[in-house]
Design a protein around this ligand. Structure first.
Ligand SMILES: Cc1cc2nc3c(=O)[nH]c(=O)nc-3n(C[C@H](O)[C@H](O)[C@H](O)COP(=O)(O)OP(=O)(O)OC[C@H]3O[C@@H](n4cnc5c(N)ncnc54)[C@H](O)[C@@H]3O)c2cc1C
Length: 405
């Protein structure tokens, strides 16, 4: 069977590419190895699909070739995305710039994409495994047949959450066509710590400022609510800095987090707060004196990390003890030894090098007629709808270019 465009992967970028190519009048075949399309879309935004964000800034997209993402995003931006989905039926609901379908069902997003594909006559083959590609051009041999594509779009995703379909096989296909791969690492992922007190504070949620250091250099900074866990630390700010931590750990850097739990106070002000509490808490133990300032478990660990006996009467604290306690409030240190695995990660950092891709078309600079889109490419976004926006934009550009007859 011959097609103008063959797309591997029926995820966000593959579906968008199929529509864009179909709208150009091309015959389109989508090959998906899972039993249905858009499995990952269904899991997004806790089942509500945060499909884009009104706030678009350069730092929301990360790539070794830092200017690349914006060049592509400009060709199909947030406004285009909102309009595109509105026309398909997705009425947007906005929360602090984050956009969701008003139905609050990610299934609606998959449904409207598939309805549009059906209208355009896009053909879908599910549960189909690729055996090999044959050069020149794009002959595809699968476990169910042989197909010939004038153009080929690889939209197989990265290797995060492989149970949803993206198992990293796309990297081998890209390599087969001559591409180099920037080492894929888990991103938007929780961090593992060797801190001996991590289990004591497991379950504590707290707001703070987090600075991540790789070999004593700041590699990331975020503020927000974090959650301590049995293995280390989680929460949105942790996920946001995780890709920098993953890269630093991969380079064998020593990584630590320094957390400030009283961001609006300087160290001397924190010491004044402690002195005040001691003045009005005479006779209390150090642990009791801290009650009401932070979660009790966290205070307990701060006291232990300061080498203070929590049962000691607080009046006996010396100036150097207050210094240490203030340090553990302003500069609570956690050594990070790893990230959680790809299975727990929301996205992949790394992928096909963007230096080898034309930013106007998403066409390979190495193999004519080959296009690459979505998470397979070395672009990852922060939390907040940016990864889907990248999938929509790059999928649209790839589909429009590959589908131009
Ligand atoms: C739990 C979770 C929540 C998320 N929430 C959000 C969110 O709210 N907002 C946001 O912007 N981003 C979110 N993301 C990230 C976002 O979903 C992805 O970045 C995006 O879906 C990537 O799109 P893609 O098309 O590139 O890849 P994918 O969506 O992974 O699709 C790739 C497709 O290719 C198929 N495939 C892979 N290999 C082959 C092969 N060899 N042969 C045939 N088919 C193949 C896969 O089965 C899959 O269907 C979330 C991710 C996860 C895991």
């Amino acid at each position: 069977m011959k097609y103008d465009v063959i797309i591997i992967g029926a995820g966000a970028s593959g579906l968008m590419a199929a529509i864009a190519a179909g709208r150009k009048g091309s015959s389109v075949l989508v090959i998906e190895h899972k039993d249905k399309a858009g499995k990952k879309i269904l899991a997004t935004g806790n089942g509500k699909c945060n499909y884009t964000n009104l706030l678009q800034e350069d730092h929301c997209y990360r790539c070794d070739n830092s200017l690349f993402p914006q060049k592509v995003l400009r060709l199909f931006d947030t406004d285009n995305t909102i309009e595109f989905f509105k026309k398909l039926g997705i009425y947007p609901k906005e929360k602090n710039g984050y956009l969701y379908p008003n139905s609050e069902q990610s299934a609606s997003v998959v449904q409207v994409l598939l309805m549009e594909c059906r209208r355009l006559g896009v053909k879908f083959n599910y549960n189909e495994k690729i055996i090999k590609f044959v050069k020149p051009n794009f002959t595809l041999i699968t476990d169910q047949g042989t197909y010939y594509g004038k153009n080929l779009i690889l939209a197989t995703g990265g290797c995060a959450s492989s149970k949803l379909g993206s198992d990293g096989s796309g990297y081998d296909y890209a390599k087969f066509f001559g591409h180099s791969i920037i080492k894929p690492l888990p991103a938007l992922v929780q961090l593992k710590s060797s801190d001996k007190y991590r289990k004591t504070i497991s379950g504590v949620r707290v707001v703070g400022n987090i600075k991540a250091y790789g070999n004593d250099k700041v590699i990331g900074e975020e503020t927000g609510e974090m959650v301590f866990t049995d293995y280390g630390i989680s929460g949105i700010p942790i996920m946001q800095i995780s890709r920098f931590v993953a890269k630093a750990l991969d380079k064998k850097n020593k990584v630590k987090l320094i957390i400030d739990f009283l961001m609006d106070k300087r160290k001397n002000e924190v010491i004044d707060i402690l002195k005040y509490r001691i003045t009005y808490g005479k006779g209390k133990s150090v642990e009791e004196m801290m009650v009401g300032l932070f979660n009790n478990k966290l205070s307990y660990v701060m006291i232990l990390k300061s080498n203070i006996d929590p049962t000691m009467i607080c009046d006996k604290l010396k100036a150097k003890d207050l210094e240490k306690l203030a340090d553990n409030i302003k500069e609570f240190t956690m050594i990070i030894i790893d990230t959680n695995s790809f299975d727990k990660a929301q996205v992949t950092a790394g992928g096909v090098s963007t230096l080898e891709i034309n930013e106007k078309t998403m066409e390979s600079k190495i193999t004519k007629g080959l296009y690459l889109s979505g998470e397979l490419v070395d672009v990852d976004g922060t939390c907040g709808g940016y990864n889907l926006q990248w999938a929509w934009s790059s999928g649209y550009v790839a589909g429009t270019s590959a589908g131009a007859l």
